[in-house]
Write a protein that binds this ligand. Sequence first.
Ligand SMILES: Cc1cc2nc3c(=O)[nH]c(=O)nc-3n(C[C@H](O)[C@H](O)[C@H](O)COP(=O)(O)O)c2cc1C
Length: 213
Amino acid sequence: MGLVDLINRRRTTRHFEPDGLFLPRETIEEMITQASAIPSEFGVKPWRFIIVRDRERKQVLYECAYGQDLIRQAAAVIIVCGDTRVDALVGKNLEKKVDEGLITAEEAKTCLEIVRKTIESSPRARLQMAVRTPSYAAFALMLLATERGLATASVSGFSEEAIRRAFHMSDRFIPVQLVAIGIPSMQHPNASSASTESTSQFIFHEDMGLTDI
Ligand SMILES: Cc1cc2nc3c(=O)[nH]c(=O)nc-3n(C[C@H](O)[C@H](O)[C@H](O)COP(=O)(O)O)c2cc1C
């Protein structure tokens, strides 16, 4: 399937066949490995993936997601988490590269300076770093699942604190997004979600012109 077809085929599924599919952990791990080939900020992997397949654990996650039933129905839900310590990861990675003779100490220092300045450039920068690359991974997972004939939903309607507590996630990590995977319910086919908005209103050339529209 071509990329455009794959992107168009993916549609949010909010009704899965309950117990309609057993998704082996190996299959999900393989998809995560494949998704890990995406570009990543400063070449590090600022993510964790919590695979939730157990019925009771899905029930816990369903409660964290304010009762969105698709969480209970999906064969598996992946909690895609972001690491807020990208700078530490980059530092370690650069040290290793210097040790291996892949880059010079000077190059490592320059790169680390860019990371430090980026983080200091705004109070939001660290958070953005934690969220950006894992979001790519979440979307890659959705496309990979679609390619396998599975249906998906991206879910960000949840309590961050509830997930952190229930899934024993330290403050260092942020639950970025849930990716629910399963087979779509025959009884509740997807309503069409094709956008009728013109793309041109979202596109600017060379400058945004201070518009807030
Ligand atoms: C980051 C993100 C978070 C989302 N969170 C939810 C959610 O919590 N619950 C839900 O039902 N749909 C959620 N969606 C699905 C969107 O509502 C859906 O993508 C949108 O309506 C377009 O429909 P489509 O995905 O079928 O094209 C989310 C989508 C994205 C990209």
